[in-house]
Design a protein around this ligand. Structure first.
Ligand SMILES: Cc1cc2nc3c(=O)[nH]c(=O)nc-3n(C[C@H](O)[C@H](O)[C@H](O)COP(=O)(O)OP(=O)(O)OC[C@H]3O[C@@H](n4cnc5c(N)ncnc54)[C@H](O)[C@@H]3O)c2cc1C
Length: 367
């Protein structure tokens, strides 16, 4: 089996690695010298519940991907010597208004069906755990099992792992089109020539929809720009994820913290803007005001690959033999990477998967 993966972000690289480890010959094609700018710019929360307002069929998949994380990052660390800094210190999801508190109470019921250790706590209890939290936080949901990774390190580990394991990397080689004979996939045409293969996986993040469209597949992907600030020298240290409807703070092992994130419709514009900075500092004043005195050490930007229903496309593309999609992971690509890689490797090599991918059918907008 010769598989070709288009896009070396967290999704494409995780898939390329999984296919290679299961014995396939794999080519990974990437437009840029180094792929996954958005993945590396991400906050790195591995939080199956905290960004999800309601229970939905997608949550079961988030939950299964979350459960794969410890083993997935451990094998990456062993293969590469690079530690993605997986930490499970939990999330405090804090209410800033009475309406937020009502929402938290409603959420706690369905979340406890997955994780009974999740509990509602008072504002005072939340501040005992995390003294930096705003004094007006009245109530919070404590999710002790949620975690995070250091995304620049995760991406370095993934890129190193595919090289160590013998994936053929075509960097700085934009994929121009998928080559088809009859209905069978034959390869991918790049700016530097044809790469031949029997299976093609489109994992091109926010650019995936444009690669699928000429094949008659309607799977729109829209970039949603996200800006984050990186803070150091925190006047009050933060050890857990602080999540609110205004934004979030994710600590890192070295004592720095990430403050996120804007959600902007700005096309493919990757600039860090003064407006983004202003939005983020206003949020910080509501979440943990003492951190306004931290040192600003970074301001980064990524383009989340969103879809009309905010669910990704994961699976077989109808009408072709050997064509697969794994894109549009929007707000959850870091969380969903291990399970997405399992699914695509299952489908490419065995033709079926046990993971619950029904909400992610890549053909749902084409019909
Ligand atoms: C500020 C911010 C915070 C976030 N926080 C979290 C979080 O806490 N937890 C979480 O789970 N998710 C989070 N996300 C979302 C997550 O980052 C994304 O869902 C994820 O990175 C998407 O990965 P990807 O591999 O699909 O896309 P990308 O990382 O964009 O990779 C796609 C790759 O495809 C390449 N490509 C495109 N077109 C072509 C072509 N024609 N030929 C070859 N290569 C091509 C691109 O160059 C790129 O390298 C966040 C995102 C942002 C922006």
């Amino acid at each position: 089996m010769r598989a070709i993966v288009i896009g070396a972000g967290v999704i494409g690289t995780a898939i390329a690695l999984e296919l290679r480890l299961r014995g396939a010959s794999v080519a990974l094609i990437e437009s840029n010298a180094e792929g996954g700018h958005t993945s590396a710019a991400s906050a790195g929360m591995v939080n199956p519940f905290s960004l999800t307002p309601n229970d939905s069929p997608a949550v079961e998949f988030y939950w299964q991907s979350f459960q794969m994380y410890p083993a997935w990052v451990a094998q990456l660390r062993e293969r590469t010597g690079i530690d993605p800094e997986w930490r499970v210190n939990g999330t405090i999801r804090a209410a800033l208004t009475p309406a937020d508190a009502d929402q938290l109470r409603a959420n706690s019921e369905w979340i406890r069906r997955y994780d009974p250790s999740v509990q509602l706590i008072s504002g005072a209890e939340a501040r005992r755990l995390e003294p930096a939290l705003h004094p007006e936080v009245s109530e919070a949901l404590w999710l002790p099992n949620e975690g995070w990774v250091h995304t620049p390190r995760l991406m370095r580990a993934l890129h190193r792992a595919v090289q160590v394991e013998g994936v053929n990397l075509y960097a700085a080689s934009p994929a121009l089109s998928v080559e088809i004979r009859g209905t069978q996939v034959r390869g991918v045409r790049t700016a530097h020539g044809l790469v031949q293969g029997d299976a093609v996986v489109i994992a091109a993040g926010a650019w995936a929809g444009a690669l699928l469209q000429p094949l008659g597949v309607r799977a729109p992907t829209e970039p949603v720009r996200g800006q984050i600030l990186v803070l150091s020298d925190l006047p009050i240290p933060v050890g857990r994820i602080l999540s609110t409807p205004m934004g979030y703070i994710v600590p890192r092992a070295d004592g720095t913290a990430v403050l996120g994130a804007t959600r902007e419709q700005a096309g493919y514009d990757m600039r860090a803007t003064a407006e983004g900075y202003a939005h983020l500092t206003q949020s910080l004043a509501r979440i943990a005001p003492s951190l306004l005195h931290a040192t600003l050490v970074g301001h980064t930007v990524g383009l989340r690959p969103d879809t009309p229903d905010h669910n990704p496309y994961i699976g077989v593309v109808n009408g072709y033999q050997g064509l697969y999609a794994a894109a549009g992971h929007a707000y959850h690509g870091i969380l969903m990477a291990p399970a997405t890689a399992q699914v695509i490797a299952d489908l490419v090599l065995n033709g079926s998967t046990n993971l619950p991918i029904a909400p992610f059918d890549p053909n749902r907008f084409t019909r």
